[in-house]
Design a protein around this ligand. Structure first.
Ligand code: ZN
Length: 717
C-alpha cells in the first residue's frame, strides 16, 4: 500500500466527505480516447526511471485512473483471498507492493491539479472524485483483508520482526482499526450511519458559513475610503459592481477583505460593522445558523469513538499523534496562555496611549485592535520591506539552501544535463542530489519557481517517488513549487522576506524527503503535529551569519545585508504576538474542550461564552475562529481536536533551534547536525516522533523555548 492510499486511510472520512459532488457532465464525444498507458507505464530513463512529464496527455488521465484503481483492487483482493495463512510477507509486504501503477498516475494527477490546472482537468477531477472515494472505501471496508492484517498483528511472528517491520504492521492495523474495521454487527452499522450523517452535516456547516460570507456584504461610498490602499479600493469597486452596486465599494465578508479593512480604515463605525458581520458568520439566528449543527456534530463524534472504546473524541484523535493525549496538548496551551494574555494587556496599553495622544477619547475595542496595532508597528517595528528585498535574490537564496544542505546533510546538488530529465513546463529546473562523500545518488530535486495561470497559489513541496529499499532501492524524486514573479531577462529575481523564509521552509520538506532511510513506502507518511516541524526549523538557517555574509547580498553592490536591518527583521517577528497567540490559542483551547467533554445537551453559544470567561479572555479581541464558523474543526475532521498542532510544532521548532544556538558550533555544529539528520529527518514515521525527539535532545521539548521565541516572559527567568 503506497503513500496515496495510506494518506487516504489516515485522513479517513475527511477525504470521503469532500468528494460527493455529482459530476456535471461526463467526458464524452472526444476524439480517440487514449487508453491511459503512457501514464500507467513504468518510469524509464536515467536515475532509476523518471516520470514522462513531457508526454502528459490529459485524455489518458481518466482511463489511466480507472485501470490503476482496478489493478490495485485486484491486487488487494488477491491478498485478501490468499489461501495461505496470513504472514508479514504475504499480507503486509504484499500490501506495500500493491498500487504502484496508480501511484504513478497520481504523480501526473498532482501536476495537473497543482502546477498545470485547466477547466478540462477540473471536469475530470470532479467526475473522478466519487469514484476515487468509492475505491478507497472498498479497501478500508474489506473485512477479509482486515482479518488477515489483524492475524499478523496478533501473531507470534510479530515478535520476531525488526522495529521498522513491527511499526509497519502496527500502522497498517491501526489505520484500519481506528476507522471502524474492528466493529461487527449492529455497532458496525451504527458506525457507518454516523459517518454518513456526519458527512452531510459537515458539508452543511461549511455551506452555512459560505452563505454568510457571500450573503452579508458591507457597502461603503467614495468618501468612506480613508486609509485604504489603492489596490484594496480597486478590488472593492470591482466586488461592488459584480454585486450590482455600481459606484459603491464592497467590503466582502471574508478574512482577506476584513483584515486589511480593519487594519487601515479610519472609519471607526464602519470598522465595527465589518467586524461584527465577520465574527457573526454562522451565528445570525437564521436558516444558516450553525449552533444546533455543532451540538449534533459533537454528539455523533462522541458516540462514534465510544463504539471504538474511547472516552472522548480527542483521546481517539491524539492517540497516533505526537502529543498522544488531550491532557498533554492542553497542558502546553494552558502554560502559554497567561503570558499571551499578559502580552495583550501590554499591546492594548501601547495602542491606548496612541489613541489618547491623538485625542480621540476612545477606549480600544476589538474593531480597533488591528488599526492601532498598525500604528504601533509603524512607530516601533518599522521594517522597509523594499529595502530588505534588495538583498533577497532568488538565485542566491537557492545557493544558500544548497550550502545549508551541504553543511548539515552532506548533500550535493548538481544540475542535470540539459534535456536529460523530462519536465512539465519550461520553467522547471532539475538537480541531482548526491552524497558529498560517497557520491551515491540520492534523488532528483525539481524546482518550479514562477507564477503562471493554472498554477495553485502559495508554495508547496511534494514527492513523485519516495525512498524505500524492501524491493530494491528506489530513490527520491522531490519537488519545491513557488509563485515568484519572473524578473526581466538578465535581471535578478528579488523576493520579499516572507517569501524567502517560505522558500527555506519548503526546502526543509524536500530535505526531509531526501533524508529518508526507511525500508517501506508507508513509513514515509507524516504525523500531523510533527511534519511541519522539520520545515519550520530549516527557516532558522536563513538568518545564520554564514548565509547572511555570503548569500543575502545586495543585488548591485554585493554587500551583505546590514546588521541593523537583520536586527529589525528579528524584532519585527515578535510584533503583535499577544494578539496572534491569544486569538489562536482561544480557538485551539475551545477545540480541545469541545472534544473532551460529554456533549449531551450542549448549547454551543453558552458554552463558548462561559469557556472564554473562565479563561479570562481579554475583551479587546475575539477568538480567531468563533465556534459557529470554525470550519477547521466542524466543516470536516481535518483539524478536529488537532488545531493545537500548529503550536505543538512551534514548540519543537523553538526548542530544537535553541539546541543549535547552544551548541559549540552553533547552527553548523557537526555533531548536532548529524543527530538532527539521524533522529529527526531520516526515520520519517519509522520511529515514534516523541521517542525520536528525545533521542535528539536527550529530553522532551520545553515550551519555555516557544515563549522566549515569541518575546514572552518566562516564569522564573
Ligand atoms: Zn510546510
Amino acid at each position: 500500500m503506497r503513500k496515496n492510499l495510506l494518506t487516504a486511510w489516515v485522513v479517513g472520512s475527511t477525504i470521503l466527505a469532500s468528494a460527493c459532488t455529482e459530476p456535471s457532465s461526463e467526458m464524452t464525444n472526444k476524439k480517440t480516447e487514449a487508453d491511459g498507458s503512457t501514464l500507467l507505464a513504468e518510469w524509464t530513463g536515467p536515475y532509476g526511471g523518471v516520470p514522462a512529464f513531457d508526454q502528459m496527455d490529459l485524455e489518458a488521465l481518466k482511463p489511466a485512473l480507472e485501470t490503476g484503481m482496478a489493478s490495485s483492487l485486484a491486487e488487494i483482493e488477491a491478498i485478501a483471498q490468499d489461501p495461505e495463512p496470513p504472514t508479514f510477507e504475504n499480507t503486509i509486504l504484499a500490501m506495500e507492493r500493491s498500487g504502484s501503477q496508480l501511484d504513478r498516475v497520481f504523480a501526473y494527477f498532482g501536476i495537473w491539479s497543482s502546477n498545470r490546472s485547466t477547466p478540462e482537468f477540473r471536469e475530470i477531477q470532479q467526475a473522478m472524485a466519487p469514484k476515487l472515494a468509492e475505491f478507497r472505501s472498498k479497501i478500508t471496508q474489506n473485512a477479509a483483508l482486515f482479518e488477515r492484517i489483524k492475524t499478523v498483528y496478533e501473531s507470534d511472528e510479530m515478535q520476531s520482526l525488526d522495529a521498522q517491520q513491527q511499526r509497519l504492521v502496527w500502522l497498517t492495523y491501526d489505520g484500519f482499526a481506528r476507522n471502524g474495521a474492528t466493529l461487527e454487527g449492529e455497532p458496525k452499522e451504527r458506525y457507518a450511519a454516523i459517518n454518513q450523517r456526519l458527512a452531510e452535516i459537515h458539508t452543511q456547516f461549511g455551506n452555512n458559513v459560505l452563505a454568510d460570507e457571500e450573503g452579508y456584504v458591507t457597502y461603503v461610498n467614495a468618501d468612506q475610503l480613508d486609509g485604504l490602499s489603492e489596490s484594496f479600493v480597486q478590488a472593492a469597486a470591482v466586488a461592488a459592481t459584480d454585486r450590482d452596486h455600481e459606484g459603491e465599494y464592497a467590503i466582502t465578508n471574508t478574512r482577506s477583505s476584513m483584515d486589511p479593512f480593519l487594519t487601515f480604515s479610519s472609519e471607526r463605525d464602519l470598522r465595527e460593522q465589518v467586524w461584527r458581520t465577520y465574527y457573526s458568520r454562522g451565528d445570525n439566528g437564521d436558516e444558516h445558523d450553525n449552533n444546533a449543527l455543532i451540538a449534533e456534530i459533537l454528539q455523533l463524534r462522541h458516540e462514534r469513538v465510544q463504539l471504538l472504546g474511547h472516552d472522548n473524541y480527542a483521546a481517539w484523535r491524539l492517540e497516533d499523534r505526537m502529543a498522544k493525549t488531550p491532557e498533554k496538548a492542553l497542558a502546553l496551551m494552558e502554560a502559554v496562555w497567561p503570558a499571551a494574555i499578559a502580552r495583550v494587556a501590554e499591546e492594548v496599553a501601547d495602542m491606548q496611549a496612541i489613541a489618547d495622544r491623538e485625542g480621540t477619547g476612545i477606549t480600544i475595542e476589538p474593531w480597533d485592535y488591528r488599526y492601532y496595532a498598525e500604528k504601533v508597528r509603524q512607530d516601533k517595528y518599522d521594517l522597509d520591506s523594499d529595502e530588505v528585498k534588495q538583498y533577497m535574490q532568488l538565485g542566491k537564496l537557492r545557493e544558500a539552501m544548497f550550502f545549508v544542505a551541504s553543511e548539515l546533510f552532506n548533500f550535493e546538488f548538481t544540475p542535470v544535463p540539459d534535456g536529460s530529465v523530462p519536465i512539465f513546463h519550461p520553467d522547471v529546473m532539475v538537480w541531482e542530489v548526491t552524497d558529498k562523500t560517497s557520491g551515491d545518488h540520492i534523488g532528483l530535486w525539481y524546482l518550479d519557481p514562477f507564477a503562471r495561470p493554472g498554477k495553485s497559489s502559495g508554495a508547496w513541496a511534494t514527492t513523485y517517488r519516495s525512498h524505500e529499499t524492501f524491493d530494491g532501492k528506489r530513490t527520491v524524486l522531490g519537488s519545491n513549487n513557488s509563485n515568484f514573479i519572473k524578473g526581466a531577462p538578465g535581471e535578478p529575481v528579488l523576493v520579499s522576506w516572507d517569501d524567502a523564509r517560505t522558500f527555506f521552509h519548503e526546502f526543509g520538506h524536500a530535505l526531509h524527503y531526501f533524508s529518508s532511510n526507511v525500508d517501506y513506502p508507508s513509513l514515509n507518511g507524516g504525523v500531523r503535529d510533527y511534519t511541519e516541524f522539520q520545515s519550520q526549523l530549516l527557516e532558522r538557517w536563513l538568518l545564520t551569519d554564514e548565509v547572511i555574509d555570503n548569500y543575502l547580498v545586495h543585488h548591485q553592490t554585493g554587500e551583505p545585508i546590514p546588521a541593523e536591518l537583520v536586527t529589525k527583521i528579528k524584532k519585527a517577528a515578535t510584533f503583535n504576538q499577544g494578539f496572534s497567540t491569544t486569538e489562536y490559542l482561544a480557538s485551539a483551547l475551545l477545540d480541545m474542550k469541545y472534544h473532551t467533554m460529554d456533549p449531551t445537551g450542549l448549547d454551543a453559544d453558552t458554552f463558548e461564552r462561559q469557556a472564554l470567561e473562565e479563561l479570562n479572555m481579554p475583551k479587546e479581541l475575539p477568538m480567531r475562529h468563533r465556534s459557529p464558523h470554525f470550519g477547521h474543526i466542524f466543516r470536516n475532521e481535518g483539524y478536529a481536536a488537532a488545531y493545537y498542532g500548529y503550536m505543538w510544532a512551534d514548540v519543537l521548532t523553538a526548542d530544537a533551534a535553541e539546541a543549535f544556538e547552544q551548541a559549540p558550533g552553533g547552527y553548523y555544529d557537526k555533531e548536532l547536525a548529524s543527530k538532527l539528520v539521524e533522529h529527526l529527518f531520516a526515520p520519517r514515521n519509522a520511529v515514534d516522533p516523541a521517542e525520536a525527539y528525545r533521542a535528539f535532545r536527550g529530553r522532551d521539548a520545553h515550551m519555555e523555548a516557544l515563549m522566549r521565541d515569541r518575546g514572552f516572559p518566562v516564569p522564573g527567568e
